[in-house]
Write a protein that binds this ligand. Structure first.
Ligand code: HSE
Length: 310
């Protein structure tokens, strides 16, 4: 039976996870975008509506992350029908929570459900990557991969990406604090230096290797030691009011680590369940002291990726 319409939920995500710039991310199932794709007689891709927490999105598919991703799928699928998109944003733009990735992923997951011969997840990933270019000007996958596959994911490669879902030790959850401010990913990427010093390179490599091995071996001390970004965070923290105080508060409340979610301004911490509420309240208190109000969640790191919900 062929479907006329499908609705996909695509979760938010935390990219980089401190030490895996552009290659590591985890899904945040507490919020996400809902994308409805309807089969149309007329071929091509049309955006019918954008609603939710961001409504002034471009409706030209070429300039819209969901539209561009769906155009890429459309070229590959060559269906004898067209697609109409309704985008309901649950993820604020410029929040550092992977909003553009979620729209792109939701669009291709929903459209895929209408196809007689659906694509694999890896093929959908490549279509969604086209959408990410519209938003940030670069083809990074660290939001798209966890949004699509769920959990903590590592992506190796761009042209022929390989995805690994990394196991997360039981009892670890993520504290997410989203300051009410907009930060452009393009701008947060533009300020980054093009070169990395040798000492920083060695530390960052060690931290990434230690973090991943800590996840595989349930070594919480190793995770705590390594969840520490010596390259990107020092350059971006000035963009977030109160960053140093929030970071220090999270660590002193027992967090395993704390850093910027993606390009910011959202900050995340990893903590064991018994410490999570305290980590959340101290981070919020420090943001408040700096005049910043936040949305906030405590979520499991292990969670599902994008899925059909109707
Ligand atoms: N890895 C990207 C960055 C994620 O930090 O610029 C942006 O969402």
């Amino acid at each position: 039976m062929t479907l006329e319409r499908a609705v996909a939920f695509a979760p938010a995500s935390v990219a980089n996870v401190a030490i895996g710039f552009d290659i590591l991310g985890f899904a945040v199932d507490a919020l996400g975008d809902r994308i409805t794709v309807t089969r149309t007689v007329q071929s091509g891709v049309r955006i019918a509506s954008t609603t939710g927490v961001a409504t002034d999105l471009p409706t030209d598919p070429e300039r819209n992350t969901a539209g561009r991703a769906l155009l890429a799928l459309n070229v590959a699928a060559k269906p004898d029908f067209g697609f109409e998109l309704q985008i309901e944003k649950g993820i604020p733009l410029g929040s550092g929570l992977g909003g553009s990735a979620a729209s792109a992923v939701g669009a291709v997951v929903a459209a895929n459900a209408l196809l007689a011969r659906p694509f694999t997840k890896l093929e959908l990933l490549k279509f969604a990557m086209q959408g990410e270019v519209v938003a940030s000007g670069s083809m990074h996958v660290d939001n798209i991969a966890p949004c699509l596959f769920g959990g903590l994911t590592l992506t190796v490669g761009i042209d022929d990406p390989r995805i690994k879902r990394i196991p997360v030790p039981k009892g670890i959850c993520a504290v997410i604090t989203h300051p009410h401010m907009f930060l452009s990913t393009k701008q947060a990427r533009a300020i980054l230096k093009r070169e990395v010093g040798m000492a920083d390179f060695v530390w960052q490599t060690a931290n990434l290797a230690g973090f991943i091995s800590g996840c595989y071996t349930n070594d919480l001390d190793m995770i705590r030691e390594c969840l520490n970004d010596v390259v990107i965070e020092p350059q971006r923290r000035q963009l977030i009011p109160g960053f140093s105080a929030v970071h220090a508060a999270a660590i002193s409340a027992g967090a395993l680590g704390c850093s910027i979610s993606g390009a910011g301004p959202t900050m995340f911490a990893w903590a064991l369940e018994p410490q999570a509420e305290r980590v959340r309240s101290t981070m919020l208190a420090e943001f408040a002291r700096n005049g910043v109000e936040c949305d906030h969640w405590v979520v499991p790191v292990e969670s599902d990726g994008a899925r059909i919900v109707a």
